[in-house]
Design a protein around this ligand. Structure first.
Ligand code: UDP
Length: 325
């Protein structure tokens, strides 16, 4: 089976490539090099191309016989999605439509999409099941919900079969210490907390301590990136065997507050981490916890690395290598 990994050198894509090295799948990458590191290609063929350039995307896809496309490329910064909604519509929605259109014309009919828990917004019930209605509370979440709806239309119009994987809070780094999370600017809690521990940042801002949660700070479901990529392997196998589209949450069914994350980081790094309580961040739901029964039952997915210790330890090892660089 020949697979195109779109956005393959970013945070999750690069962990996916490393996992593919343990398989016999024939892999190629398409990436615009806007983030991530070029050295993460692991010698797989890299097509440098932006999805807005539909002609080139079509040419690349038509010259290869891909059986399946995995789509990791997206803009993911919620604050930026408020300030620059056009960028989010272009990168996350229009570019995905470009890719799907090329696939449609070339009769490539298997697609794995990186969706997000952001499609749920402020959940009406916890843990959130896949049947929870879409109610995104920020423009980034809007774009993920839009693409999920578009996927349904493509299924009806051309028989595309897809799996949407709704990531909760992707985090952690590869246990071999060679790759990890690196965004510019970094906005995610765990890498920022660890940047304080390593001395790269002076303090961590806690965005709101007046939420209706046990300690007043936001609660999230943190899931290790290596467990996320394993879900992709299982989703892909299921799609190939059943030819049935699916939607799965990828989460741990456990919530941790911002304070609990900081506490765990203190224990692991053995460094004091100064905090500053600040106002709430726009577009942040109070609490997000995944119901993960569906993926566990149907795909036999069983997270191995998503306990908070392993997540923070692996991210800390990675942060120490970044500090040296
Ligand atoms: N957060 C925080 N300080 C930071 C970054 C994040 O308090 O410097 C909070 C944020 O408000 C949210 C949680 O940590 O409640 C996780 O945020 P992150 O950006 O990592 O992921 P998100 O849940 O937005 O996808």
């Amino acid at each position: 089976m020949k697979i195109l990994v779109v956005g393959g050198i970013g945070y999750i894509g690069s962990h996916m490539l490393k996992r593919f090295k343990e398989t016999n799948y024939d892999i190629e990458i398409l990436d615009n090099l806007s983030s991530g590191q070029k050295e993460n290609t692991l010698n797989y063929k890299l097509h440098v191309c932006d999805l807005s350039d539909k002609e080139t995307v079509y040419k690349i896809l038509s010259e290869q016989n891909y059986d399946l496309v995995m789509h990791f490329a997206a803009s993911i910064n919620v604050e930026e999605s408020y300030n620059n909604p056009k960028k989010y519509q272009q990168n996350n929605v229009i570019n995905t439509i470009n890719l799907l259109d090329c696939m449609k014309n070339l009769k490539i009919n298997k697609f794995i999409f990186s969706s997000s828990a952001a499609v749920y917004g402020e959940p009406e019930h916890l843990p959130v099941t896949e049947l929870h209605p879409f109610n995104p509370v920020n423009p980034y979440g809007d774009t993920k919900a839009e693409v999920e709806k578009i996927l349904k239309s493509y299924e009806e119009s051309c028989g595309l079969k897809y799996v949407s994987l709704r990531y909760f809070n992707a985090c952690g780094a590869h246990l071999d210490g060679t790759i990890g999370e690196m965004h510019d600017p970094e906005t995610h809690l765990i890498p920022l907390v660890l940047q304080v521990a390593s001395g790269r940042k002076k303090h961590i801002s806690v965005f709101g301590d007046d939420y209706p949660t046990p300690d007043g700070t936001c609660v999230r479901d943190y899931v290790h990136v290596m467990d996320i990529v394993e879900a992709h392997i299982l989703a892909m196998e299921n799609l190939t065997n059943t030819h049935k589209s699916q939607v799965f949450n990828i989460g741990n069914k456990k919530g941790f507050s911002v304070n609990q994350i900081i506490q765990m980081a203190k224990e692991i790094t053995k460094v004091d981490i100064p905090i500053k309580i600040q106002g709430r961040r726009k577009g942040d739901p109070a609490e997000l916890i995944a119901d993960n029964k569906k993926i566990m039952n149907l795909l036999n997915w069983n997270p191995k690395y998503s306990d908070l210790q392993t997540i923070v330890k692996s991210a800390w090892n990675w942060e120490k290598t970044l500090k040296i660089k």
